[in-house]
Design a protein around this ligand. Sequence first.
Ligand code: NAD
Ligand code: UD1
Length: 333
Amino acid sequence: MKILLTGGAGYIGSHTTVELIKAGHSVVVIDNLSNSSEDVIKRVEQITNAEIPFYKLDLRDNLSCVFSEHAFDACIHFAGLKAVGESVSLPLRYYDNNLVSTLNLIKTLEAHNCKNIIFSSSATVYGTPAEIPITEQCPKGICTNPYGWTKSIIEQILTDLYKADTSWNVIILRYFNPVGAHQSGLIGEAPKGIPNNLIPYITQVASGRLDKLHIFGNDYETPDGTGIRDYIHVVDLARGHVAALTAIKNGLSIYNLGTGRGYSVLEMVKTFEKVNSVKVPYIIEGRRAGDIGICYSDPRKAMRELAWRADYGLEEMCRDSWNWEQNSRSVHV
Ligand code: NAD
Ligand code: UD1
């Protein structure tokens, strides 16, 4: 299939490009490079030995130059702003970027008769989950930040679109906690400034760029008191998109992409130290506002219907994150 990837220069989009090309698909990327660089596309070309047509474009702008040159079978829509804290201080930037982009993209896809779309959503739409492990039947919850609301609203827009016109095929993928990097060490996550998420913070502490990890709370109802999450290797997540393409003719579907296993912050720290023979000094602090104690998926629907499951374990996630950290110093801003 010929696939349009929005946000394809980003963390998950770049890994998905690799897996799509490996599976025999062809890929065209649109990205405005607001959180990435064109060098990523070159690195993906190096990994795949393929040429990737790339358009540096904002999705809120006129996209006809792309569609006049390519006819697409499907679109995977990754592009969006994703920093939770920033979305609280700059809500209009988030609503404008994420919602206007999506509306413009959908209208353009429709005008060019490409009605197959896969959307990058997040476990954040469950809010404080009503059940653990979280199945797709779990009701959506109250989001604690504008970023989360953009995901929830876009899910609703896509659902309404499908209800109005069932010739659309929509797959909503709710990611749990993507971590790790490509084994080549050529692509990975390169957060700007001080990282918000756990693994990028740990890698920067291990490399000495940051002093110590601040663990946000050890008084949750978990065995060691620290928060539990469902970390998933980004290459497994990328393969989830390849699997989802095989189901793109079935109307509207929602899938959790996670491993179904939760690990605590302390387990992450200890595994990272053991696998990579490094030290990660930490201190325990109070809870982070808006955090929940436990969040992990029931991934069985994706296993059943997409014949997909996450293969990599925690050790590979920690190993590949560290490998990327050591290879990527020139990429960090
Ligand atoms: P990322 O920031 O690395 O990639 C997103 C890409 O979109 C960037 O390259 C950015 O430049 C581009 N972009 C943003 N706004 C754009 C616009 N208006 N026009 C064109 N390009 C634009 O993020 P990621 O981690 O790869 O996440 C990809 C998607 O998955 C996002 O929608 C994100 O919200 C979602 N998601 C990510 C996580 C995670 O933990 N990484 C978890 C759940 C969901
Ligand atoms: C974050 C996002 C969420 C997104 C999810 C998946 C926030 C508030 N939420 O949630 O919207 O869907 O990633 O990408 O950013 N931790 C520390 N110290 C740190 C960083 C994290 O102790 O410096 C702890 C957290 O309290 C949590 C765990 O590590 O228990 C994971 O945190 P993080 O990587 O930020 O992911 P989420 O909290 O799941």
